[in-house]
Design a protein around this ligand. Structure first.
Ligand code: ADP
Ligand code: ZN
Ligand code: MG
Length: 517
């Protein structure tokens, strides 16, 4: 668990540093996205990306789910889906291969007295291929696939959900060997605390008793998926229920490459497009976002009528995926100047303090999520962030505001820095409360305070933020010339590639580099 929490905090940190936008309107989903990221950091489950790119396609299985009132309709996925459609996810695949063998030849397992897991729980962030894996299992084994979503079982009327569960299992058993897939199981299997409704309780009980009820020789395999493992009722995880739990995590760089290869098959990619390079850029993309990126590039190429899908289409699709589409600037020249100063601040401090994360693009064009401009970096993928790296990331986040203060003056501070400030505060809180990185290295305030309530740690977090802000400000003062040059270049061309931005910074920096923040 410890390791996971660290990784999640790193991902949160990476997310924070990756896309420091100046938000003009703080109401839109950027704020919501930020909050989602915090939740993910806290649950130590899902890893956030540049921005948590929500996959908004309708949940697969919804067509079937629509018929849920009358009972699940099995889907024949034979010949349409199999393990060759899944890249990466080796650990999950290994587990599912066993289940496939079992589904093909249950007698063999029964003869040895082996207990096959009745339920397999796939957990991990959205878009990582959980539904795909379940479907592929059914396809490989050549058995029907029943797909339902946990939310289909949650009904206003007590007892309806429970009877649906029984109905589902009756049909499944009648089908003989099959795969039953319950997506979003957290909707029905939430931890039973005082807030829980009677209805959901009954539904969950029905599921538990159905699962303990059937004989393993039946050949019914239940696969459930969730991206909120921590919200599940522990009863679901006991032996004889979902006793095998497989994490389906975000792909690493090599895995991203294999997913990109798989989905670019059949697409006329130009030879100049390097999938390797794209895999390096797409830190914390899920399989679904990668698939989506390639599809966007293909759509763009079709629209432009180019003979192949070129580098330009792929880059544009990438920027859209992480920052939303560019929109023409509608801000006044004065506003544009403050946006340019703000973004140049992020870029400068990122260049100075976090040279390991590569700047991809700096822009003062309005983008998705209410961002007035942005500064896009590829954070270095690390298993564990260290204190220096986390402090640098806070400084990068604070640099937009620091640039406003240093260049525009106290009276001209913009409302757009709110997202940056709250992400910096979250990081600082994590450092103070959980990581022992501010003051006493051996003390987890959070663990100490568990159960005592109390808002301790705020003072220490404030002190940390103020200290880092001061050092960011002095960096910006010291390299004021580079900052101004970059902001002026942004005014001229609205958006710069990472190389262009770095060139301008380098040309205008004095030789010395700061030792540390
Ligand atoms: P989840 O159920 O975890 O939210 P899905 O299985 O619905 O994710 O994934 C959506 C789509 O993303 C898949 O249909 C597939 O096109 C693509 N995808 C996700 N993960 C992978 C992967 N590991 N290999 C290949 N494609 C993937
Ligand atoms: Zn910013
Ligand atoms: Mg799914």
């Amino acid at each position: 668990m410890g390791m996971k929490r660290f990784r999640a905090i790193l991902a949160g940190a990476a997310a924070a540093a990756a896309l420091c936008g100046l938000l003009l309107s703080m109401t839109i989903d950027s704020a919501a996205r930020t909050r989602a990221t915090v939740a993910q950091v806290l649950t130590a489950l899902a890893l956030a990306g540049f921005v948590a790119t929500a996959v908004t396609r309708p949940a697969p299985g919804h067509a079937e789910a629509a018929g849920a009132t009358r009972g699940a309709v099995p889907e024949d996925v034979r010949g349409r889906c199999n393990f060759s459609k899944v890249a990466a996810n080796e650990q999950a695949l290994a587990s599912l291969r066993e289940l496939r063998d079992y589904l093909r030849e249950p007698e063999k397992y029964v003869r040895y007295g082996a207990r096959i897991p009745r339920g397999v729980l796939l957990y991990g962030p959205p878009g990582t291929g959980k539904t795909l894996l379940a479907r592929a299992l059914a396809g490989e084994a050549g058995v029907p696939f029943f797909a339902l979503s946990g939310s289909d079982f949650v009904e206003k009327f007590v007892g309806v959900g429970a009877s649906r569960v029984r109905e589902l299992f009756r049909k499944a058993r009648k089908a003989g060997k099959c795969v039953v897939f319950i997506d979003e199981i957290d909707a029905m299997g939430k931890r039973r605390d005082d807030s829980v409704s009677d209805e959901r309780d009954q539904t969950l009980n029905a599921l538990l008793s159905e699962m303990s009820g059937f004989y393993t020789g039946d050949g019914v395999i239940v696969i459930a998926a969730t991206n909120r493992m921590e919200a599940l009722d522990p009863a679901l995880l006991r032996p004889g229920r979902f006793d095998r739990q497989i994490e389906v995590g975000l792909p690493g760089r090599a895995e991203r490459l294999s997913i990109l290869k798989l989905h670019s098959a059949g697409k006329p990619l130009d030879a100049e497009v390097s999938l390797d390079e794209l895999a390096a850029q797409t830190v914390s993309f899920s399989g679904a976002s990668l698939e989506n990126l390639l599809n966007e590039a293909a759509l763009l190429a079709a629209l432009r009528g180019t003979p192949t899908i070129g580098k330009s289409e792929v880059q544009t699709a990438f920027y859209r995926a992480v920052a939303g589409s560019d929109r023409p600037a509608t801000a006044s020249p004065e506003e544009l100047w403050s946006i340019a100063v703000h973004e140049a601040g992020h870029a400068l401090v990122s260049y100075l303090l976090a040279p390991e994360s590569r700047i991809l693009r700096v822009s003062i064009l309005p983008a998705g999520g209410g961002a007035a401009g942005y500064n896009l970096c590829v954070p270095r993928e690390r298993v564990m962030p260290d204190k220096r790296q986390m402090e640098s990331q806070i400084c990068v986040l604070l640099a937009g505001r620091a640039a406003e203060q240093a260049v525009l003056g106290e009276e001209a501070l913009t409302a757009g820095a709110s997202g940056d400030l709250s992400r910096a505060a979250e990081l600082a809180m994590a450092m103070v409360m959980e990581l022992g990185m501010a003051g006493e290295p051996a003390v987890s305030l959070k663990a100490l305070q568990r159960g005592c309530g109390g808002a301790g740690g705020q003072e220490a977090s404030r002190a940390l933020l103020n200290r880092l802000y001061d050092s960011t400000l002095s960096l910006i003062d010291r390299y004021n010339r580079a900052l101004n040059a970059l902001a002026e270049a942004l005014m001229r061309s609205e958006s710069l590639t990472g190389e262009e931005a770095v060139k301008i910074l380098e040309d205008n920096l004095s030789d010395e580099r700061p030792e540390s923040a």
